[in-house]
Structure formats: C-alpha cells, structure tokens
Ligand binder design. Sequence first.
Ligand code: SF4
Length: 308
Amino acid sequence: MDVEAVVPRGFCHGVVEAMTLARNAARNPKTPRPIFVLGMLVHNQHVIEELRQMGVMTLDGSDRLQLLEQVPEGATVIFSAHGVSPAVRLRAEARALHVIDATCSDVFRTHQVIHDSVERGYFIVYVGTKNHPEPEGALGHAPSDHIALVTGVQDVAKIPFASDSPIAVITQTTLSQWDTEEIVQATVQRYPKAVVFNEICMATQLRQHAIYEASRRVDAVLVVGDARSNNTKKLVEVASRQGGVPAFRIDNADQLDNINLEQFKKIAVTAGSSTPSVVTRQVIRQLRTGTGSKNLEAETTTIEKATD
Ligand code: SF4
C-alpha cells in the first residue's frame, strides 16, 4: 500500500498560539494557581493530557457560563481558541479571575463582524454547528432576537426574520466550504438582499482543498483527529462527499487495527488542525513500515507551509 502524507495538515496558527499561551502560563511561576481552561483548549485529547501533566486543568461541558463558576476565586482561567461570548468575559471580570484569552484571531474577527453588522442594523444568520463552543461564543455577540443559528439547508425555512429584514449571513470558521455554499445559497434565495461574510478560515480552506485534491489520486483517506474536532469531521466529509472515496477518522495509531486498510492500494493521510504532528507522524510511520510502501509526499499548490 502506498501512503501519501498530505500537505498542509495538522496544527494551524490558532492552535499553535493557544498552546503557546497555555504552556507559558503553566511555566510561569507568577501565574495565579490553579489554572483552568474553560472547555477544551483545542479539541484533542492528546493536547488536553499534555496540559494536565503541566498542571493546567480542563473544565469540560457545554455551558461555559456555568463552567466558569467552578473556577475558584483568584485562579487563572484560559479561554479556548474557539472564543467566548461577552457574557462569559464579563462574568470572569466580575469574579476578578486572572484571564488568559487564547481566542484564535480568525474567530475574534468573526465576533467583530457580528458586532459591526448588528450595529449597522442587520439581523444575523449564523451558519454553524450545533453544540460546538465556537457557535456558542459567537451567538452571544448579538442580542438573541437578532441572531439565528442555521446548521443545514433544512433550517433556512425556519429562520425567524421577516423577508424584508436586512440580513447578514456569517459562517463558523471550520465548516466544509461545499456544504456552506449550499446553505448560503438557500439563505440568499430566501433573503435576496442578504450580505454574506464567509468566515471559513484560511487554515481550514487549505486543508480541505489539499484533501479534496489528494482524494482524486488515492483509493481511501485517513484523517487523524479527535471525534469532537469540527475541522477533523469536515475533512472526512470533504474526502467522502466531494472526493468520492472511503474516508476514516482515527484518534491515533492504536486505532489503525480497527480499519481494514489492506484492501486499498493507495491512501492519503491528513490531520485535523488540533492534532499534534507527533501523533500523525506515528500513524504515517506505522502505515509505511507495516507494508513496505512507497513514501509519497503530496503535491501541493497551496502557499501555507505545513506547521508540523
Ligand atoms: S481552525 Fe482556523 S479558526 Fe480554528 S483555531 Fe485554527 S486558524 Fe483559528
């Protein structure tokens, strides 16, 4: 079996920056203790375990305003790369917690777009994923009667805004470009004067394009990443729906035995933006050494260098 290591893959700038902030906080003796992350810093268990070993604890749960109450007085709280709502920020300030904000700059820009659009009188159609921290934070940046979450084309008919309302369509950063296009088109059909802000970040776009191109050269795709990582799930979807090849997700090399990869002559391996490169390299090494395959590096036309 030949194994193609797709480029770019793995850690993006937002994850690298969040990890650096959390590691520096743990290493700095002046950082008030204990140190908590509100939600998973990034969606990967290997990263969470590394932080735990450094003394940085993760508070996991769906309502971050509630989770915040578990942080003791005088402690440090780290906001994850997914960003938080203004209500969470205000509550942390009110409780005089020491805040380290690891919100990705791309997510922060989306918050600004929502805020500015509301100021200019728009109602927001936010295209995103249910029960994910990024939409939870983003939705809090507009009054609840001015923003509606749309997760698929089926939701467009249920948007509660009148057809003559000024509408701004704003997307989550880690969606599939292809699925989003369909949802945006359906929304614009219902609100022809809607303005559209495609906020899918460059890291997500480049990784999706790379796996789409690779999937046309291989028989199957393997995505290394956590089950809760949205961009990991989208890489699987892009390979299977747009690329038309079987696509599998694994957490790490231990799960390789769960998939019968021997049936394929050539596979492409990629990784979600929150997957440590050491985990992906182990998968690639195991696949290559296990089969005596050719080592193929992906052709890539993208400008971003692989961060791993
Ligand atoms: S996937 Fe995009 S938005 Fe999310 S952390 Fe990485 S660069 Fe930021």
